[in-house]
Design a protein around this ligand. Structure first.
Ligand SMILES: O=C(O)CCC(=O)C(=O)O
Ligand SMILES: [Fe+2]
Length: 277
């Protein structure tokens, strides 16, 4: 096996080379990638021209795949969703978020492939909830450990933008019905590594349940700002056929909205996760 892992920053991020993810990876490669993911939280592979079927096969080596309720998918491979600025309003990804935390079992991770890019712009940032949590003072860490927060699908998928046609409206209403606001711990323990991570995100977290409205608002503001500080984050400048694989249990990300009206097309396969604790 010639797989190598090159860290990009102390908090998170590594580039993986020496593996071709378009073919069926070996068990050894799979385990090396999983270990790298646990340690570095987001991995980048360059020059990986994968089709949707290959992307789904790669992602499925790490868990069952999720079919997104709102975003369009590749018809023959519905486990792969399409973020195409010519088709879908993706502006809501330009907020720091962890994917699908409105689900009782948010995604374990996702594999994102760059298909068509603007000449420049359209970078994506990731931030480590582990680095952010570890940098908090001991009294604040102790307080947060006992708290839960509400996550609401409608915060990042507002009716005004996702219910514009009768068909979209019906889908949005069904999604809202099936995904009422729910609670997750504010500090999550990684189910494999045991490391603790801050688990609130601006995209979906609306309220810290045990605090007053005013306290919740002030503390969430602090945590959202703290969690995304430059030293806990990295910014990836995409090339076509780059693939990113992030651990969605302990990270959040932000897709910079600075390139429209140029077109940008990404494919994502999302891996199902377990209930945060
Ligand atoms: O388009 C991107 O770079 C990332 C979009 C996003 O938030 C996601 O795929 O989960
Ligand atoms: Fe996302």
């Amino acid at each position: 096996m010639s797989l190598t892992v090159t860290p990009i920053s102390p908090a998170l991020g590594a580039q993986i080379s020496g593996v071709d993810i378009s073919r069926e990876i070996t068990a050894e490669e799979r385990d090396a990638i999983e270990q790298a993911l646990l340690q570095h939280q987001v991995l980048f592979f360059r020059d990986q021209p994968i089709n949707p079927e290959q992307q789904a096969r790669f992602a499925a080596r790490f868990g069952d795949l999720h079919i997104h309720p709102i975003y369009p998918n590749v018809p023959e491979t519905p486990q792969v969703l399409v973020l195409d600025t010519a088709v879908t309003d993706v502006r809501d990804n330009a907020v720091w978020h962890t994917d699908v935390t409105f689900l009782p079992t948010p995604a374990l991770g996702a594999v994102l492939s760059a298909k068509q890019l603007p000449a420049y712009g359209g970078d994506t940032l990731w931030a480590s909830g582990i680095a952010a949590f570890e940098a908090l003072s001991a009294p604040l860490r102790a307080m947060l450990a006992g708290l839960t927060a509400t996550h609401d699908f409608t915060k990042s998928f507002p009716l005004e933008r996702f219910g514009t046609t009768p068909e979209d409206l019906a889908r949005w209403e069904a999604t809202r019905r099936n995904n009422p606001p729910l609670s997750h711990p504010v500090v999550r323990t990684h189910p494999v590594s045991g490391r603790k991570a801050l688990f609130v995100n601006e995209g979906f977290t609306t309220r810290i349940n045990e605090l007053s409205e005013l306290e919740s608002e002030a503390l969430l503001k602090l945590l959202f700002a703290h969690a995304t500080r430059p030293e806990f984050s990295i910014r990836w400048r995409w090339q076509e056929n780059d693939v990113a694989f992030w651990d969605n249990r302990v990270t959040q990300h932000f897709a910079v909205d600075d390139y429209r009206p140029n077109r940008r097309v990404m494919h994502r396969a999302t891996i199902l996760g377990d209930a945060p604790f």
